[in-house]
Design a protein around this ligand. Structure first.
Ligand code: CAA
Length: 259
């Protein structure tokens, strides 16, 4: 598969996907959304890949949806563009492999929304975050009105969305939008270290944990616990569970094999 706006590198079991539209600060146009969708399918089916890191080339992670493409849209086209972006981001959220956003710079509008669709967010000390859409006469359209309140709480999400304020990595960390901040030149190494740590564990278990968390998140405790029980049970049919537990009891090291 050929990609114009994305670059894929693989380092052992880690895939690193870089947004590669540097001149437009990696702004998301329709073609790039299509590529992200194709890339997600590719990574899902790539048995070598356990964990995916997303980052941006240049000074932006993603500076939002492409304003020059949106400028001409009517109401129906706007709705279709929003739906498309939201569907692609939901694919990312539900990609069975863990995803890490290594946020190197601007993560604004659709860029902040993309990062929120990832499982874990790490950022450079130079990164900037915000949902500045109301300053353009629109609202966040790639599910930002839904994911931001879940991550930072209703009041802070409303403040950020209503003001369009751009915040620093420090503030983003203090409100729970990101978990770690690194110096710019240390961001990728730390993202890779985290990815490798996840990659060493039993992948079927990691994937079942992700499914259980995502599917249970908006459910009541009884339903969510029942979802968890199903995925917990599924783990017991894997060789990794047999080998992992036997190794623990025999005080040996284990190498997980299930893909
Ligand atoms: N869409 C299209 N092009 C964009 C863009 C975007 N979101 N963000 C930046 N660019 C382009 C600029 O137009 C500029 O292009 P030219 O060189 O052809 O003029 C180039 O990228 C470099 O940008 P700047 O010159 O503006 O760079 P800067 O360093 O001075 O400023 C910035 C950086 C503060 C991020 C500024 O570019 C900016 O404010 N960008 C827009 C941010 C924004 O409003 N994002 C939300 C978009 S709406 C959205 O995302 C909706 C949604 O939820 C789906």
């Amino acid at each position: 598969m050929n990609f114009k706006f994305l670059e894929l590198k693989k380092e052992e079991s880690i895939a690193i996907v870089s947004f590669n539209r540097e001149k437009a600060l990696n702004a998301l146009n329709s073609a790039m959304l299509d590529e992200i969708s194709d890339m997600t399918k590719l990574l899902k089916n790539d048995e070598e890949v356990n964990v995916v890191i997303f980052t941006g080339k240049g000074k932006a992670f993603i500076a939002g949806a492409d304003i020059s493409e949106m400028e001409k849209l009517n109401s129906f086209e706007g709705m279709a563009f929003g739906k498309k972006g939201s569907e692609v981001f939901t694919m990312i959220e539900n990609l069975e492999k863990p995803t890490i956003a290594a946020i190197n710079g601007y993560a604004l509008g659709g860029g902040c929304e993309f990062a929120m669709a990832c499982d874990i967010r790490l950022a450079s000390s130079k990164a900037k975050f915000g949902q500045p859409e109301v300053g353009l006469g629109i609202i966040p359209g790639f599910s930002g009105t839904q994911r931001l309140p879940k991550l930072v709480g209703l009041a802070k999400a409303k403040e950020l969305i209503f003001t369009g304020d751009i915040i620093s990595s420090e503030e983003a960390k203090s409100i729970g939008l990101i978990t770690y901040i690194y110096e710019a030149d240390e961001l990728m190494e730390n993202a890779k270290t985290l990815a490798k740590k996840i990659s060493k564990n039993a992948q079927l278990a990691v994937r079942n944990a992700k499914r259980s968390i995502n599917e249970g998140f908006n459910k009541d405790m009884v339903s969510a616990s029942s979802i968890e029980a199903t995925y917990f049970g599924m783990c017991f049919s894997s060789e990794d569970q047999k080998n992992g537990m036997k190794a623990f009891l025999n005080k040996e090291k284990v190498k997980f094999i299930t893909k």
